[in-house]
Design a binder for this molecule. Structure first.
Ligand SMILES: C[S@@+](CC[C@H](N)C(=O)[O-])C[C@H]1O[C@@H](n2cnc3c(N)ncnc32)[C@H](O)[C@@H]1O
Length: 206
């Protein structure tokens, strides 16, 4: 699903190609929890590049940074996905680090505050309903962490919560490129809730 949605965004694809050279594609995963999506994220972008440029192209290197307020989840993510590894399929390298921190104050975070911006900022299962003010601050910080040509990608569990997030991000200066209902989304026991039910991609408004 993610590959298809991003795959339709020509400018984002161009970015993935460019990052196959000297620099790695920089991905920031906000509110990542234990970051079960780490492998999928790496594979999605690596496969996109391989699909568009053929097997002889330089493999895509990825630099993944995840952040969440929950120290235990971050420790799990670091143990399972942290450090350097090579993607066996594409030969691309991935380096991942996971940080404990409040994403509504990224600009004050000692490792991220003055740091570089990112090609992709990802937020899986954003949680607007669990504190709209905090999540507006998180969205705002996410947009500030984006490179001018970068992409903010969010996913949501619920229809209404997704719509609220779309409205909030656009008000904060995000330009919606695409939003899609994920037909392969797995239903959960709570009515109307399913895994990655919606995926949306934004860039910063000019
Ligand atoms: C619905 S969970 C999603 C976790 C993960 N991305 C996933 O899809 O499994 C929302 C996450 O937001 C994190 N969170 C809530 N407020 C936060 C904040 N101010 N800064 C960083 N993370 C926050 C929670 O700790 C939780 O892990």
């Amino acid at each position: 699903m993610l590959r298809r949605v991003i795959g339709n965004d020509e400018a984002a694809i161009q970015r993935v190609f460019e990052a196959g050279g000297a620099d790695a594609l920089r991905i920031l995963d906000i509110a990542c929890g234990d970051c079960r999506e780490a492998d999928t994220l790496g594979e999605t972008f690596s496969e996109l590049k391989a699909e568009h440029t053929g097997p002889e192209a330089t493999p895509l290197d990825i630099q993944l940074t995840g952040i969440d307020v929950r120290a235990r989840e971050i420790a799990d993510a670091q143990r399972r996905f942290g450090g350097k590894r090579e993607d066996k399929k594409t030969g691309g390298k991935r380096e991942a680090e996971f940080l404990v921190g409040d994403a509504s104050k990224l600009d004050q975070h000692k490792q991220l505050g003055d740091g570089e911006n990112f090609d992709v900022v990802f937020m899986r299962h954003q949680n607007y309903w669990n504190g709209d003010r905090t999540w507006e601050e998180i969205f705002d910080q996410a947009l500030h962490k984006l490179d001018d040509e970068g992409r903010l990608v969010i996913t949501s569990y619920f229809d209404d919560e997704h719509q609220l997030a779309l409205d909030a991000i656009q008000k904060l200066g995000g330009k919606l490129i695409v939003t899609e209902r994920n037909e392969e989304s797995r239903e959960l026991s709570t009515p109307g809730k399913s895994i990655d039910r919606h995926v949306a991609v934004f860039r910063k408004k000019d």
